[in-house]
Design a binder for this molecule. Structure first.
Ligand code: SF4
Length: 393
């Protein structure tokens, strides 16, 4: 039922021989009070509730499998779906005073609360550093399951969820229709502002163009992770199909049609994509594009890739900042609970082994290719060192 908007819930009411306003009542219970038990929807006639059940509609269907929490309130929940598979959801309160929040997370109101939801179980994109990619694609997540991830976390959060990022397991633009349906329900029914909804893509150009045509005011985040095609082919294999030049053209079309700035996500991997020369390449690549860069310290949970050293992160950030482009470094959260979401590798929760361990050979291949590409680039960079130095100063 969480995949139905109020007009569709009215249809459900009418199909049960009830007046249409019963559909609005249902919507208020589901999206306003986050109530998932029909027998608690006490202003609905019992007969109607029984008809709903008999027709096979269920308010929610996900079951808790695991729940991990850090002292700052970051929380990762694993849900099992009766339709098949498990879904990860991360909840992140953002505190005005993180220190005080650590000692008393219940006593302080967060400035905002973000939840990161999954749009697919597994993922076909296969990014080299992502455990979801290694597990392969299993199925698309339905719109109702996406909304339920938010509703279930809202019931747990204790504070109103203000932001939703479609950045968990899966590539949202490869599950376009359900993702957009969930976006509309979260915006129109649950009341989360469109600008507080973020869709993150690895760079699926037809999906970006389709989304641009919708002219929604949501935030589009593009996971770049490399400033050149050789390295990006190794890290984000969809780049072979949608290379950087074409991706930039698509991002420009998106900005033109929506007047929205794009967020460029860039996970920093030590010795792979974190040199200042690569930062300068990134600056050059982004020239002429209205985009903010979000640097993401890698949440290392395996031995294949390592997080960049803090000084490398700072040097990379400085190069971008000096170019005049807006840049931020994502605050690291939830390292202890494997809370890396979407663009980072992840583990199955309690009792699970790293999915990456299922295919270490492929992971090693990817990192060797990435490092070879990096060496080749360094060779080029040495040849053109003067030019590079000039560009960065
Ligand atoms: S980072 Fe995102 S797009 Fe890449 S494999 Fe993981 S879930 Fe898929």
């Amino acid at each position: 039922m969480l995949g139905l908007d109020s007009s569709e819930l009215k249809e459900v009411a009418r199909a049960c021989g009830q007046p249409a306003y019963r559909g609005d009542q249902l919507a208020r219970w589901l999206f306003g009070r986050f109530e998932l038990a029909l027998d608690k929807m006490t202003d609905l006639p019992r007969a109607f509730r029984e008809q709903i059940e008999a027709a096979g509609y269920v308010p929610g269907e996900l079951a808790f499998v695991a729940d991990r929490q850090t002292p700052d309130g970051t929380r990762k929940v694993l849900f099992a779906s009766p339709r098949r598979g498990t879904l990860e959801v991360v909840l992140m309160p953002h505190w005005p005073d993180p220190e005080a929040a650590r000692s008393d997370p219940q006593g302080i109101r967060p400035e905002r609360v973000t939840t990161c939801i999954s749009t697919q179980i597994g993922c076909a994109v296969g990014c080299a550093f992502c455990a979801t990619g290694f597990s392969g694609f299993q199925r698309n997540v339905a719109a109702g399951e996406m909304v339920e991830q938010v509703v279930r976390m809202q019931r747990e959060a204790g504070h109103r969820i203000s932001n939703v990022v479609f950045m968990g397991m899966g590539e949202p633009l490869l599950n376009y229709n359900d993702t957009l349906k969930a976006v509309r329900i979260l915006n129109e029914e649950v009341g989360i502002g469109m600008r507080h909804l973020t869709i993150s893509t690895a760079g699926i150009i037809p999906g970006i163009d389709r989304l641009a045509a919708e002219r929604l005011q949501l935030t589009l985040a593009v996971s770049l992770h490399a400033p050149d095609d050789i390295l990006r082919d190794a890290l984000v294999p969809i780049n072979r199909r949608y290379p950087l030049a074409d991706l930039k053209a698509a991002m420009k079309r998106y900005v033109t049609r929506t007047s929205r700035r794009i967020t460029i996500e860039y996970v920093l991997l030590a010795g792979v994509n974190d040199s200042t020369a690569q930062a300068r390449d990134l600056v050059r690549y982004l020239e002429g594009l209205n985009a903010h860069v979000n640097l993401i310290p890698y949440n290392a949970t395996d031995a294949q890739f390592e997080p960049s050293r803090p000084e490398a992160v700072e040097a990379f950030r400085e190069v971008i900042e000096r170019s005049g482009r807006a840049v931020s470094v994502r605050v690291e959260r939830g390292r202890q609970i494997d809370a890396a979401c979407g663009q980072l590798r992840r583990r199955l929760a309690e009792g699970g082994e790293a999915i990456l361990e299922k295919d270490p050979a492929r992971a090693r291949e990817a990192v060797v290719a990435a490092r070879q590409a990096r060496s080749a680039e360094q060779g080029k960079a040495l040849t053109g060192a003067k030019e590079h130095d000039g560009a960065g100063s």
